[in-house]
Every structure is written in structure tokens, then in C-alpha cells.
Design a protein around this ligand. Structure first.
Ligand code: PGA
Length: 240
């Protein structure tokens, strides 16, 4: 693992954007796995600036998002579909058909999950996967005690995750209890991984993931077995 400690969220976002941009500059048809949540928001803003000011083009990039709630329409402002369109995709020159997000508004979730995996494989696999980390050590919605062998699947959200994500909803009861998430295997098959963490509330999870035992209790700990992971953390999240 490569560790980069930066001063603050702004620096983390800039460094992360440079890594994503570098991937696109070197291979315009890169397959990138993107994440949602508060963590990568600044990175998306930086990438939009690079698109506007530095002529970075995303016209050939193919994307796969990590996860999506079950039970929210795509237009719902809390859906990850909405988040990606509003915070990133609608501001850049990505082709609509190159955007892939799990479709949770479908009867047969298992079929959707199998199809998602198949599509990732058909594109040649993920070149770079961007990840945040949950306070409970989750990556994507792979909650503690998940099987490391899992591919894209339906997950039940942890109480801690429901509580953490309730900040985006009017009532905690409105937070979906289920989601579709890429599995740990899907994530580990990416050629490169970029893990971002900021703020003191992530310090404990990050410390456990990086220095504790490799265990499904802390899903992010599996990343230590990946050959090309860069962790960018701000001083508050740093365990160093
Ligand atoms: P956050 O979520 O970026 O909103 O903190 C990260 C995560 O839960 O993976």
C-alpha cells in the first residue's frame, strides 16, 4: 500500500483528482469505478475544473459505480444515480452509454447483479477503483462480516451505516435498509485502487484496516492483499 498524508480535505481531493486524471490521460478508454458519499465530492469538483480548464476529456471513459440503494427511484435526490449525475456526470463530456450504475428499480435484483458483473468483465475489468471507507470499515456497502468472495450482490445495511447516512435524509426511517453493492471480489479485481479518508471520525476504521488483522470484521482490511492500493488521507484521518 502507498500512503499519502495531506493537510486537509481540499488537498486530498486535489491529489485524488490528479490520480484519476492521470489514468484518463494515459488511457482514454479507462474503466473507472466511482464511489459516492461526502468523501469523493471534492475530487469530482476538481475533475470538473480539470475538464473545463485543462481540456481533460472523459469522452471515452467507462464508469461503474460501487453501489446503489434499493427502494429509491433514480430521480430521488438521495439515490446514488442522482448524486453522480448532479455532482459529476452532467458537468463533463462522458457518453451516457458509458455510465454504469446498479439498477435497483428492477424485480430481479440477482439478475441485475449478475449482469453488472458480466458487463464489468466485458469491458476488460476496472482499471482504477475509487473508494471511501465507512466508520465501520466498510467499502462500498460491504458491511462487517461480509464474505470476501462476494461479487455484486444485494446487501443489508448495518445499523451504523443507516445512522451515518441518515444525515442526508429527513428521517432515519427514510434511509433504505437494502442496497446493491459491488462485492469485495469485484473491488479486489480492479487493477488499481484509490482509497480516500478524511476527518477524525474515519481514523479508527482506517487504522484498523491498515494495521489490524485482515478480517471480514473490517472489510477494508482485505485491501492490504491488493498489489496496487494508494491511500490518501488527511491529517485527521491519519493513523501515522
Ligand atoms: P462518506 O461515506 O464518504 O459519506 O463518509 C463513505 C462510506 O461510507 O464508504
Amino acid at each position: 500500500m502507498n500512503f499519502v498524508v495531506v493537510k486537509d480535505y481540499h488537498e486530498m481531493s486535489k491529489r485524488a483528482a490528479v490520480i484519476v486524471a492521470g489514468q484518463i490521460y494515459l488511457k482514454s478508454k479507462s474503466v473507472i469505478g466511482f464511489a459516492t458519499g461526502s468523501t469523493p465530492m471534492g475530487m469530482y469538483r476538481e475533475l470538473i475544473s480539470m475538464y473545463r480548464e485543462e481540456k481533460l476529456s472523459f469522452s471515452e471513459m467507462i464508469t461503474f459505480n460501487l453501489d446503489e440503494y434499493i427502494g429509491l427511484a433514480k430521480e430521488n435526490t438521495n439515490s446514488y444515480h442522482y448524486y453522480m449525475m448532479e455532482n459529476f456526470f452532467k458537468h463533463i463530456d462522458i457518453e451516457k452509454e458509458n455510465i454504469n450504475m446498479p439498477n435497483s428499480n428492477i424485480e430481479d435484483i440477482d439478475k441485475e447483479c449478475r449482469g453488472y458483473e458480466k458487463k464489468i468483465a466485458e469491458t476488460g475489468g476496472i482499471d482504477l477503483q475509487v473508494l471511501g471507507i465507512g466508520k465501520n470499515g466498510h467499502i462500498g456497502f460491504n458491511e462487517p462480516n461480509i464474505s470476501f468472495e462476494a461479487t455484486t450482490h444485494q446487501v443489508k445495511l448495518d445499523e451504523e451505516t443507516i445512522l451515518a447516512n441518515s444525515r442526508f435524509f429527513t428521517n432515519i426511517e427514510d434511509v433504505p435498509r437494502y442496497a446493491i453493492s459491488m462485492g469485495i471480489q469485484t473491488i479486489m479485481f480492479a487493477r488499481k485502487i484509490l482509497l480516500l479518508a478524511n476527518g477524525k471520525e474515519k481514523a479508527d476504521a482506517l487504522c484498523k484496516a491498515v494495521t489490524g488483522p485482515i478480517t471480514p470484521d473490517v472489510p477494508a482490511s482485505i485491501l492490504r492483499l491488493h498489489k496496487d492500493v494508494t491511500v490518501i488521507m488527511d491529517e485527521e484521518a491519519s493513523f501515522l
